[in-house]
Design a protein around this ligand. Structure first.
Ligand code: PMP
Length: 383
């Protein structure tokens, strides 16, 4: 039985072949660190790291590669924003569909005296930017939103929220876990202060690496949550203040950097419009067939506008975990079931505590694979 991978929202698979080739080249032929040697292989590593920063900036409309910090992943980037910026007495706004990578650090901070509110989203998981304006307080120091929900797939109006934040002088940070590599993200145009992206989802790189793009102003006010050796300013025992060293301590994940760089090249060459067109075509097909199955409930928007290809289904007559297990055992279809680390999103969309079965096609998914999935859903749901 062929395997049909529909769990790209968790991590994309397969990866473009150039990703593994670049990682192998690093392991076999380079092997050096950055900022710590001047020999040729160290310069190779240095150059690849720079190309990665430049490629990410180009992709996300940011014009200062020094302010593109490489992280160990999106969760780290989000923690760096929240823990490095908010202080007791501050207020933060998030949406009502955030991932636990935001909610758990925020709950920790709340225990230490940071206040937060959730901007309500509608039944499809979308917020109204005017509610952000309404809920700002004099002590609001940050608005942080998931650009798209990893549960329902709705994309928020980041440009609209960015405009309101700019008017009120409040920094705006975006968690682009589900939109980086899927959707246009315009750092400068939307007035972002911070953008956190994972390497391993839509950007099609390896796991264990991500990036945090910062505005120079936000970077100056952000406290590093990790300090240590940077290979620079080694005469001092205090952390360098310049970018990106201020936020990059320790020997970096170089195999990851090589793979991520090749992945960002692939995404850039393919182009976001083509990636998005393919995803929209698959999502349209998926939704069209799911609409004909009365025994399922869709958690998220039926419309194609302003949504990514994250399609969550609540089986009405079958336990969702059993449905997901049957999809794998009987049809070879790999999905994710449960609460997807986002209990708040399920509460907002009405699927708490039962969760959903999530289908997320990717760049390498074919229309026939999507059809196989919808036929299997119809069979399981109808029995
Ligand atoms: N935010 C969202 C919206 C996500 O979908 C995810 C990953 N599921 C994360 C944050 C955390 O990303 P990572 O697990 O790659 O650190």
């Amino acid at each position: 039985m062929p395997v049909i991978y529909l769990d790209n929202a968790a991590t994309s698979f397969p990866k473009p072949p150039a990703v593994a080739e670049a990682m192998l080249r690093y392991m076999r032929e380079v092997g050096a660190s950055v900022n710590r040697g001047v020999y040729a292989s160290a310069q190779d590593a240095e150059m690849t790291t720079l190309l990665l920063r430049e490629g990410l900036c180009r992709l996300f409309g940011h014009n200062d590669p020094a302010c593109c910090v490489l992280t160990s992943g999106n969760t780290m980037g989000l923690n760096m924003i929240l823990r490095g910026w908010l202080r007791p007495g501050d207020h933060c706004l998030v949406s009502s569909v955030e991932h636990n990578a935001v909610m758990r650090p925020l709950q920790d901070l709340a225990a230490a005296g940071v206040a937060f509110d959730r901007v309500p989203c509608d039944g499809a998981g979308r917020l109204d930017p005017q509610d952000v304006r309404r809920m700002l307080r004099p002590n609001t120091r940050l608005v942080l939103l998931a650009h798209a929900s990893n549960m329902g797939g709705a994309v928020q109006d980041a440009a609209g929220v960015g405009k309101i934040c700019r008017e009120h002088g409040v920094p705006f940070a975006l968690d682009a876990a589900q939109t980086a590599g899927h959707w246009e993200v315009d750092f400068e145009g939307w007035g972002l202060s911070a953008l956190s992206v994972p390497g391993h989802k839509g950007l099609m790189g390896p796991s264990g690496i991500g990036a945090l793009l910062l505005s120079p102003e936000f970077a100056r006010g952000l406290t590093p949550i990790i300090t240590g050796g940077t290979g620079s300013a080694s005469d001092m025992e205090i952390q360098p203040s310049y970018m990106p060293d201020r936020f990059e301590s320790g020997t970096p994940n170089l195999p990851g950097i090589y793979g991520f760089q090749a992945a960002v090249d692939f995404v850039t060459e393919t182009g976001i419009p083509a990636l998005r067109e393919h995803e929209t075509m698959l999502t349209a097909r998926l939704l069209e067939r799911l609409r004909e199955i009365p025994e399922i409930h869709l958690a998220g928007p039926w419309e194609l506008e302003d949504r990514v290809g994250v399609v969550s289904v609540d089986f009405q007559n079958v336990d969702n975990a059993i449905a997901a297990s049957r999809l794998e055992q009987e049809y070879g279809i790999l999905t994710r079931c449960g609460l997807h680390c986002a209990p708040a999103a399920h509460k907002t969309l009405g699927t708490f505590p039962q969760g959903t079965v999530r289908f997320s096609p990717g760049w390498f998914t074919t229309p026939e694979e999507v059809d196989a999935a919808t036929s299997a859903v119809a069979e399981i749901a109808g029995q």
